[in-house]
Unconditional design. Sequence first.
Length: 174
Amino acid sequence: MGVNWIVAIWSFCEATFFFVVPDVWLTVIATDGLKKGFIASLYALVGALIGGTIWYSLALYYGEESAFIMMDRMPRVMLEHAQQAKYNLEVYGFSSMMKSPWLGLEYKLYAVSADSAGIPYWKFMLYSIPARMTRFIVLILLTDMVMRVLNFFKIEVNKLILVLSMWIIFYAYF
């Protein structure tokens, strides 16, 4: 299975039940160049949109509160985060979805709250594209920049160990 399908499946899993962001694998791919990173980000987007669709549908069918109760059993998802995401979406709309990847509020929380916040499915999907892609692209660009600096100074590193070390530090802090 190609690296792009791995990131698509990873992104789907993170958008539904997993807690490690697909950005980890995206940055590994991006160590081999911007083009590969950007292509992989499109696969990650598709996985996220499918996962968002599932949570949006579950909330529509079973109700928002029931969907949040299902989520409360997942690692790293707390009811307080769900309430914060719901509030942000109701008060700030689309802009809250753009900020959420940087604040640690998971995309799936917004998928569950979207309908009750008056956001129809088609609009939620449109909002999801820049909300998901912005962080993907920023991290791909940062990874490429780090690799260019290392190459400029002719510093040889194991790319996988470098990226995974950065993510371990990130998750230790986060």
